[in-house]
Design a protein around this ligand. Structure first.
Ligand code: TXA
Ligand code: MG
Length: 320
């Protein structure tokens, strides 16, 4: 199967109506989308990604007014977050409606819903009369794609079309939030920072990343890993430790330190965390593709989007 890239919305609509998969842009990362109400289309998403069926999918909708078609309750706390942050990099776990096939939620009793903040994605969702199940459009366990070309690089030949909406503006997957009584519980750090959320709604609880966490089975420690071994820590010490190897370096901001690295990627010359987030996965891909033995990376400041960036770097380092 040839995989084409383009911005032909009506072709994407037709393919999705016919039960095919399409790579779609969002503000976070590119998704591998199929009709969420069609079990055969959903099954082919798992197959194209080599994704284990115990790892549930996020369902994308065009507007919060659609929530009650796919969830049986929309608690006040969830409504508030949706009003504040949708469209945006926020996924809400809500009690699942019977309209959602078992396969989408891996049999769990909650469904993950999100309204993406991307013009082309919203136009597509509005043109369809079904929601789109879409995990990140990468093979299971690998770094998420932040451009249409990244999708083709890895899933080319497996899907007919990638809708090109340009580079992703946020560059990190959505923040995932569930609700227990009146508590908001964050299961995955992502493109909506805790600071921004807490400034509006007060303190939230964190329940992050224990692999085997039954509420978010996809949050395995070794997610988001490049194929090359990655070490995370103080760069100066790491460079000394691996003296003589062909090194790829992922640095947060510009530095006067000189190295003889084969490739050095700087996430944000002047230390802007949003820019660093936007560039992170592309930089990891370039380092992975370069002629290097190892990737050495340093953590970024543990504040704002830095928390999610560090989370992805730790998972990348744990992937081997
Ligand atoms: O930004 C994003 O969230 C992107 C774009 C495409 O929207 N999607 C994304 O999907 O990152 P994915 O499949 O790579 O990660 C979704 C994660 C799952 O691994 C799982 O941890 C959690 O969301 N999840 C999905 N449905 C769930 C459910 N019903 N209960 C608990 N966790 C769920
Ligand atoms: Mg993913």
């Amino acid at each position: 199967m040839d995989t084409n890239i383009g911005s032909d919305l009506s072709l994407a609509v037709q393919l999705l109506r016919d039960g095919h998969l399409v790579g779609i842009p969002t503000e976070t990362v590119y998704g591998l989308a199929g009709n969420a109400l069609n079990p055969a289309a959903v099954a082919s998403i798992f197959e194209a990604k080599n994704r284990p069926s115990f790892d549930p999918l996020i369902v994308h909708i065009s507007d919060a007014s659609e929530v009650m078609r796919y969830a049986v309750a929309f608690p006040e706390a969830a409504r508030r977050l949706a009003t504040l942050f949708w469209p945006g990099p926020l996924t809400l776990l809500l009690p699942r409606h019977a309209s959602i096939p078992d396969l989408v939620t891996s049999g769990l009793d909650r469904v993950a819903l999100r309204v993406p903040a991307h013009g082309l994605a919203l136009q597509l969702l509005k043109a369809l009369d079904f929601p789109l199940a879409a995990p990140s459009a990468n093979p299971f366990g690998y770094v998420s794609p932040t451009s249409a070309q990244h999708v083709v690089d890895q899933l080319g030949g497996r899907i007919p079309y990638v809708l090109d909406g340009g580079p992703c503006a946020v560059g990190l997957e959505s923040t995932i939030v569930g609700f227990e009584a009146d508590d908001m519980v964050v299961y995955r750090l992502g493109g909506l920072s805790l600071e921004v959320m807490e400034a509006e709604v007060g303190p939230v609880r964190l329940a992050l990343n224990q692999s085997g966490n039954p509420s978010a089975p996809g949050m395995l420690t070794s997610h988001y890993a490049p194929r090359k071994q990655l070490f995370l820590g103080d760069l100066e010490a790491l460079i000394e430790r691996f003296d003589g190897r062909r090194l790829g370096i992922l640095r947060f901001q510009q530095s006067t330190q000189t190295t003889n690295a084969v490739l050095e990627e700087i996430l944000s010359e002047n230390g802007n965390l949003a820019e660093a987030a936007q560039r992170l996965f592309g930089a990891l891909r370039r380092l992975d593709a370069a002629d290097v033995d190892l990737i050495l990376a340093e953590p970024v400041p543990q504040t704002g989007l830095g928390m999610a960036i560090n989370d992805r770097l730790r998972r990348a380092a744990a992937g081997h």
